[in-house]
Ligand binder design. Structure first.
Ligand SMILES: Cc1cc2nc3c(=O)[nH]c(=O)nc-3n(C[C@H](O)[C@H](O)[C@H](O)COP(=O)(O)OP(=O)(O)OC[C@H]3O[C@@H](n4cnc5c(N)ncnc54)[C@H](O)[C@@H]3O)c2cc1C
Length: 414
């Protein structure tokens, strides 16, 4: 047993993973969490018997850290069909597995998405990235994803019809400015694994991590105002003197004294509707390439996991990447767009709830996937974790939590 007073700030995925590692080394950490539950940005809310993930998120089964920390079987992962259905007004077509078996795509269908050369290039990219080591991906020349796709010779047609809506829905930004390294990593994850959700909602992921903790105490509703050296100043006015601290959230929230510059985030608006039945009727992501639309992508979550609905009605999750802060009647406009895309009257889509998520993903300038343990150290006894250290993903959140814990533990190993 290690009697040092170790505090972790934040009970998101990175904080929970840090606690798991500290426990393994004999520590009894305390997590200070501003909210009233674990999970951070991964939350699932029950509304009228539906499970609403707060923001459409998926777990990529190829994430190396997820394979290490999660028991996929116990999560009862429900797998998305690879590929996408593309919705244009008056035209709907499926692109089967473009990131894994591009050559298998039926030429007639593919001709609606891209050119013959695109198909060959997609095949080459899949072949190269499936076996490219993560270290090599994250040390490749960095450019924006859009520049990368153009450099690889992809046509404007396939970029518009497939790459843009698909990766906008992942990066949560409209211009595909996200690093090409992140693009390669995510492309690889799709090429060698599957997109999935736990049967009972994304929140099962932090819950499973939490269930591995036996010697960690969590103090909820405990907002840290700031940290000075190893003193933690709470909003309540209380001050805690710690031996070591892991800050498992964005640093600007607690380091008043450091000049960290303004943090940047990617935002998303996620709307939920219920319907009597799904008009897609398969577990697949649907894309809307027409940029006049507010809707970028949508999915009937009940086509992926029936447990997202208590009574058999269908649950539709719609993602809007555009800034809609000044849009009035958003729910009505989105329902009208769904009508234009599906031919089903807008009144059929019963609005359940809308989540505006301004800080969904950190806009990371130096996207990477590994972290020398010493880089997690802010100063003596204080360490940093969180997806912002690497890239906006569950995999990165897990890596950062592990690395911060390793740095802390390593500081006492002689
Ligand atoms: C809409 C959306 C879609 C996403 N899609 C995907 C996806 O498809 N695939 C994927 O891999 N990843 C996705 N992500 C990213 C993934 O959810 C995050 O990378 C991950 O959850 C981040 O975990 P974290 O521990 O770094 O931070 P957080 O989850 O933000 O946890 C930080 C915790 O610290 C607490 N906290 C903050 N400040 C204080 C304070 N001052 N005092 C006390 N506590 C504090 C917060 O309440 C929170 O619980 C998505 C995220 C969102 C929001």
């Amino acid at each position: 047993m290690n009697t040092r007073n170790v505090y972790i700030i934040g009970a998101g995925v990175s904080g929970l993973v840090a606690a798991i590692e500290l426990e393994k080394a004999g520590y009894y950490p305390v997590i200070l969490e501003a909210g009233d539950k674990i999970g951070g940005r991964i939350q699932t809310e029950e509304v009228e018997g539906f499970k609403l993930d707060q923001g459409f998120q998926v777990l990529l089964t190829a994430y190396p850290e997820a394979q290490h920390y999660l028991d996929f079987e116990a999560l009862s992962l429900k797998i998305f069909q690879p590929g996408a259905v593309i919705f244009k007004p008056g035209d709907i077509f499926s692109v089967y597995d473009p990131l894994r078996k591009p050559l298998k795509m039926i030429p007639m269908v593919f001709s609606k998405v891209g050119t013959v050369l695109d198909k060959v290039r997609m095949y080459q990219l899949t072949k190269t990235l499936s076996v490219k080591r993560d270290e090599d991906i994250f040390s490749s020349t960095d450019m924006t994803t859009l520049e990368y796709l153009k450099k690889k010779g992809f046509s404007g047609k396939i970029i518009k019809n497939f790459f843009k809506p698909f990766f906008k829905g992942i990066f949560l930004e409209e211009e595909l400015k996200t690093s090409s390294r992140m693009f390669e990593f995510i492309f690889k994850m799709f090429a060698i694994g599957n997109a999935s959700i736990p049967e009972k909602g994304m929140q099962e992921i932090p819950r499973q991590l939490f269930s591995k903790l036996h010697n960690t105490k969590i103090q909820y509703n405990t907002h840290v105002d700031h940290i000075e050296n190893t003193r933690i100043y709470l909003d309540s006015g209380d001050v805690i003197t710690a031996d070591d601290i892991i800050v498992a959230t964005s640093p600007e929230t607690v380091f008043n004294q450091l000049d960290l510059g303004p943090p940047a985030y990617h935002a998303v608006t996620n709307l939920y509707f219920s319907t009597e039945q799904s008009f897609v009727a398969k577990p697949v992501i649907s894309l809307v390439p027409d940029e006049q639309f507010l809707v970028n992508n949508f999915v009937f979550l009940t086509d992926v996991s029936k447990s997202y609905s208590a009574d058999g009605r269908a649950l539709l999750s719609v993602s809007v990447i555009k800034d809609v802060s000044a849009v009035e009647n958003l729910e009505k406009l989105v329902a009208l767009e769904l009508e234009a895309l599906s031919g089903i009257r807008s009144a059929y889509f019963r609005h359940l709830k809308t989540y505006h998520i301004p800080k969904a993903l950190p806009a990371v300038r130096d996207t990477k996937n590994w972290l020398p343990v010493q880089h997690t150290k802010v100063y003596d006894h204080v360490y940093l974790a969180g997806d912002h250290m690497l890239n906006g993903s569950l995999n990165a959140a897990m890596t950062s939590g592990r690395k911060a814990a390793e740095a802390l533990i390593g500081a006492y190993v002689v």
